[in-house]
Each structure stands twice: as C-alpha cells, then as structure tokens.
Ligand binder design. Structure first.
Ligand SMILES: [Zn+2]
Length: 154
C-alpha cells in the first residue's frame, strides 16, 4: 500500500507494486507513475487522505469547502489538457479515461476537480487541445482568452 496503515485496508487503495510517486524532471517535479496497464473505464484506485478546509499545493477539491490532502498518491497526479485519468471526488475513485500502458504517468485535468488552483502555471502538456495555462475551472475564462498576457503579469 502507498497509504499508511492508519488509513485502513481498502482493497482498492493503490499498491506500492502498481504505483509510485517519482521525480519526473526539474520542470515538472514529482508525478505518479503506473507500473500496471489499465483498460479504459477501469477503476484504477481509491484515494484517501486528510480532509481539510484550505487549498494547498497537493490538495484536490471534494466540495466547495472541503479538500483532500493526499501526499502519498493523488496529490501528485500531473496535469494534462488531454488527461488519461478522471477523478470522482464523491466516490474517491480514479478511473482510466483511455487505455493506459504499463510505465505511464497518470495525468488528470486539474480543472476537473479544482475551482481555483493553489498556484496557476503555464501548461506544457503538448496535447493538441492544450489550453496553454493551468487554472481552476472558475479561473479559466480570462486565462483562456489571453493566456500569454496573464503569464506575463504573474
Ligand atoms: Zn495543456
């Protein structure tokens, strides 16, 4: 298990043999790699962590005023505008959006869960539909209009 024993023993919790939080590169920092292949639509794992009321670097939004602080697994999912996973913050599950090969980084779309990000940043996901700027869904409108102007003003 990636989670400490005090989190309980859910069989869907991520196993240390299947996933690892690894240092990807200087630009990206850490990410979660999957050593296992998954089929599109398959539930990959269940998330857990501390539920807190403020936004931090590794939180994921559960509701208006609740955020999951998980420094063992989901807090390190990388962002892509063309993600390979989707998060259900009610069921706390992670689902494969496409077929995932073994030894692949897991990418979510931060705007799927977050109204606002702890820190916005320029996107380098390289996908065809890249928005160019990573922000929460409620921050998105101006960022999508003029991503470069906003980047310059940060
Ligand atoms: Zn992107």
């Amino acid at each position: 298990m990636l989670y400490p024993a005090r989190f309980g023993n859910d069989p869907l919790f991520p196993k240390a043999t299947d996933f690892e939080v690894v240092y990807k590169d200087e630009k990206t920092g850490k990410g979660v790699i999957s050593y296992r292949a998954f089929k599109r639509g398959e539930i990959i794992a269940r998330m857990s962590g501390e539920v807190i009321s403020d936004i931090r670097q590794h939180t994921l939004q559960i509701s208006e005023d609740k955020h999951l602080y998980d420094v063992y697994f989901s807090g390190y999912f990388l962002h892509s505008c063309s993600p390979n996973i989707s998060l259900d913050m009610d069921k706390m599950t992670v689902t494969a959006l496409k077929d995932i090969k073994a030894n692949t980084y897991l990418y979510m779309d931060y705007a799927e869960t977050e109204d606002h990000l702890f820190k916005q940043f320029p996107c380098s996901c390289g996908s065809k539909n890249c928005r160019g700027w990573v922000a929460g869904k409620k921050d998105m409108h101006p960022a999508m209009l003029e991503p470069l102007a906003i980047a310059a003003n940060q």
